[in-house]
Design a protein around this ligand. Sequence first.
Ligand SMILES: NC(=O)c1ccc[n+]([C@@H]2O[C@H](COP(=O)([O-])OP(=O)(O)OC[C@H]3O[C@@H](n4cnc5c(N)ncnc54)[C@H](O)[C@@H]3O)[C@@H](O)[C@H]2O)c1
Length: 259
Amino acid sequence: MKRRLEGKTALVTGASRGIGAGIVRVMAGEGATVLAADLTKDGAVGDVQSVVLDVTSAEQWEVCAERIRDQFGRLDILVNNAGIVANTSVEDTTLEDWRRVMRVNLDAVFMGCKAMLPLLRVAGQANPSGASVINVSSTMGISALPNQSAYGTSKAGVRHLSKLLAVEWAEAGYNIRVNSIHPGTTRTPMLEQAAEIWARDFTAEGTVEAGLKALAGMAPLNRIGSPEGIGYAATFLASDESAYVTGIELPVDGGYLAR
Ligand SMILES: NC(=O)c1ccc[n+]([C@@H]2O[C@H](COP(=O)([O-])OP(=O)(O)OC[C@H]3O[C@@H](n4cnc5c(N)ncnc54)[C@H](O)[C@@H]3O)[C@@H](O)[C@H]2O)c1
């Protein structure tokens, strides 16, 4: 049987660890040719091709686009996943902290979509089911929590930019679908960092395990999600199974946003 992403080329940012690495594993397993991009080549997953790409650099996006143009002539799947957190209140966030989060989480999604547009257009014209852009936002881009001011605002921007591009590129006739995924608490190095802060501020024990338990309890399912779980959701949005799906926000959050 044909694998779900057979014949497709995918670029995944922030791919060395956590959710990005989970997406790479699932997409490669479904037959995609995956380019795994991150700040360095350390920690690249399996035998996929790795690319050094700081998503905040317009020049590096152009170099990456050239490489994909030369090697494949088109890009079927773009996953904008790279992201950083800043667990601070508005009061404690400096303008530089704010801008740093916006640069990585939001400006880079804009830059990546622009740089890859010509290659996505080629794929959109070649495949009736369309090329696919998947932007990794967060539940925090929809629902507000204290200490998530810069992060939550950047992720709300990612959600809206995704919808805007979905409409703009559909109406332009490019046949490029754009959707956002909204992970809830997902077991990654980023979450472990957040758990430390949660443990300190909100649990009696103060340990990382207690922090993780408290974070798990925020979701009705009362457990933490896996990077592969985000990979499966991304694979659906990347595959021809979702040919008529564009402009949606897909939570993978154990029911957190359903409350
Ligand atoms: N883990 C969660 O619970 C959770 C929940 C909601 C949303 N998210 C989002 O999922 C995405 C991945 O998160 P994660 O938990 O895997 O984080 P992580 O910190 O474990 O991994 C992030 C990866 O992005 C890379 N990265 C950071 N800045 C970069 C840059 N400028 N250029 C290229 N790569 C860069 C890092 O090197 C790292 O490999 C992020 O956008 C995050 O906001 C995570």
